[in-house]
Write a protein that binds this ligand. Structure first.
Ligand SMILES: [Zn+2]
Length: 84
């Protein structure tokens, strides 16, 4: 199973941060999206990257009913706070 996806990165992030930075590095789906989110990085340059899936090291976890109810309550609280 080899899955490859194409994306775009800040060139400085690619040169210096990818695989090093705690908190990760962002790969954007389009050049336009990168430019919109990283206006401050206009001088950095842009690189096109391919991300290859090597291995699933941990499968996604399904939410339990209890966890779903908890998330619903949090979302309701947040939307109520927004109105106040
Ligand atoms: Zn940058």
């Amino acid at each position: 199973m080899t899955e490859v996806r194409v994306g775009y990165m800040c060139k400085v992030d690619y040169d210096w941060e990818l695989g090093e930075a705690l908190g990760g590095s962002v790969v954007y789906p389009s050049i336009k999206d990168l430019q919109r989110k990283e206006k401050a990085h206009d001088h950095c340059g842009i690189v096109k990257v391919k991300v290859t899936l090597e291995e699933v090291v941990k499968k996604e976890k399904r939410y339990t009913k209890k966890e779903i109810d908890k998330l619903k309550k949090q979302t309701q609280k947040e939307s109520n706070n927004g109105k106040g």
